[in-house]
Design a protein around this ligand. Structure first.
Ligand code: CA
Ligand code: CA
Length: 101
């Protein structure tokens, strides 16, 4: 493994877009980078982003990493991971409580 001097560790390892959220956008970013690399272009990622994009840490950024991040984000959205601070919450429970009582 290359040991780059990471200066952006405040972001989650999977947060390729560096917006403090791991979601389908990150997977899409990885796919875009993968397509760029596959066509001989620049990945469009910074070194730090590239490391995050390499989800399975095999040194390459490709569709496998995109699917890995997509699964990760789905699990996080479903509350299967510890740090799920998803703002999506049911807000209509109060009415139900009223009628149950
Ligand atoms: Ca993100
Ligand atoms: Ca990879």
């Amino acid at each position: 493994m290359t040991s780059l001097n990471l200066s952006a560790e405040e972001y989650a390892l999977e947060d390729v877009t560096e917006d403090n959220k791991v979601n389908a956008l990150d997977a899409a970013r990885v796919l875009t980078a993968s397509a760029n690399i596959g066509s001989g272009q620049d990945s469009g990622l910074t070194d730090a982003q590239f490391l995050r994009a390499d989800y399975n840490q095999d040194g390459n950024v490709n569709a496998s990493d995109a699917s890995g991040i997509l699964v990760f984000s789905a699990e996080q959205g479903a509350g299967l991971t510890e740090n799920s601070d998803s703002p999506v919450e049911e807000t209509q429970q109060d009415d139900d409580d009223f009628w149950v009582k």
